[in-house]
Design a protein around this ligand. Structure first.
Ligand code: UT7
Length: 340
């Protein structure tokens, strides 16, 4: 249980990070064996070489628990006052997946809920977690981004099946001071629902129940209009990034690391280009893990912290874009952490 008591001048400070991908690796050649595509097309058009897929019976909560545990370990404390799970692939439509995840992490009793903002879910989750801390609901929040996208992608749709993949990443945020390393900067968020048709799963919700007579084949699957989405992804991430950097009182030249949603390597290059951020300042793991939805940024942060790409003191810009359409960006100076 938790009560609300706003506390002034509090910031949400990064205290732990962790990531996990299921062991099953799918190569481009594996996909080319049953899809009209090729390793060459996938590499040059998306930058992806491999991705990870859940095994039969494995669900989003299983990914989330693994990443959540690693983030708690990295924070040096296995307690959290709230659990927020950003996902597009909950274990089921009702109830939310976060309470299950909290219980499996030994956190039964704390507030726990899901956030639905597709690939921008982690950024929405950061703002939500910061709000829980600012209002005194929790001193420490476990925020997890987890998606088992392969469970909603049409395996015969070459435009999505080669990109979307499974994984989880998590962070622990604790109450602290705005001037501390790891303190979350202002979070910029936006949506444009007039373009919700660009990325969608048509069936399975209240408008079009999966088993209704109107249901036609393929509508239970994730659908994306890739080319239009690509253009909006670049525009929105670049604009949100500029706004977040300005709101933090930083300059773009002062950004040491760009951690952008790993949608497509060409999108990543275009965003960095527009912002004038050198390629070597861009963090990337898309070649190995593909597009893991809400997991993308926290998984990237966890892996980069582990491999030395991200070090204490790096001024880091986070930005994401996806279905909604929804987008977001924020900043933080990377704190001294043990990577989970
Ligand atoms: O996660 C957040 C939101 N998602 C994104 O931001 C993703 C944005 N979009 C993309 O990453 C890219 O648009 C895709 C990777 C989905 C597609 O790449 P593209 O370079 O934009 O290709 P396209 O859609 O313009 O298609 C070009 C051609 C088409 O053939 P025709 O009509 O020119 O004959 C497609 O049918 O490439 C074809 N194509 C493929 N060919 C081989 C599409 N997918 C494949 C494939 N293998 N996997």
């Amino acid at each position: 249980m938790s009560t609300t008591e706003p506390v002034e001048d509090r910031a949400a400070v990064l205290a732990g990070v962790g990531g996990w991908v299921p062991p099953h690796v799918v190569t481009n050649d594996d996909l080319s064996a049953h899809l009209d595509t090729s390793d060459e097309w996938i590499r040059t058009r998306t930058g992806i070489r491999t991705r990870h897929r859940v095994s039969p019976g494995m669900a989003t909560s299983d990914l989330a628990v693994e990443a959540g545990r690693r983030a708690l370990d990295s924070s040096g404390d296995d307690r959290a006052g709230a659990v927020v799970l950003a996902t597009t692939t909950p274990d089921r439509i009702c109830p939310a997946t976060a309470p299950d995840v909290a219980a499996r992490l030994g956190l039964a009793g704390v507030p726990a809920f899901d956030v639905s903002a597709v690939c921008t879910g982690f950024l929405y989750g950061l703002a939500t977690a910061a709000g829980l801390i600012a209002t005194g609901v929790a001193e420490r929040v476990l925020l997890i981004g987890a998606d088992a996208f392969t469970t909603i992608v049409d395996p015969t749709d070459r435009s999505t099946a080669v990109i979307f993949a499974d994984g989880a990443g998590a962070v622990v945020l604790r109450a602290g001071r705005p001037e501390e390393p790891g303190a979350l900067g202002p979070v910029v968020l936006g949506t444009d629902g007039t373009l919700s048709h660009l990325i969608r799963v048509p069936a399975g919700g209240s408008r079009q129940r999966s088993l209704a007579a109107t249901h036609s084949p393929g509508e239970q699957f994730f659908q994306m209009e890739g080319r239009d989405t690509f253009r909006h992804a670049v525009d929105r991430m670049a604009t949100a990034s500029r706004q977040a950097v300005a709101a933090a009182g930083w300059s773009m030249g002062g950004v040491d690391r760009l951690a952008a949603h790993q949608a497509n390597a060409r999108i990543l290059h275009a965003v960095a280009d527009r912002l004038g951020i050198p390629a070597e300042h861009q963090l990337s793991n898309i070649a190995e893990v593909g597009n893991t939805g809400a997991a993308s940024i926290p998984l990237l942060l966890a892996q980069s912290a582990a491999d030395g790409g991200l070090e204490a003191g790096h001024r880091t810009l986070l930005t994401a874009f996806g279905g909604g359409l929804a987008w977001g960006a924020t900043t933080l100076t990377w704190p001294k952490l043990s990577a989970g």
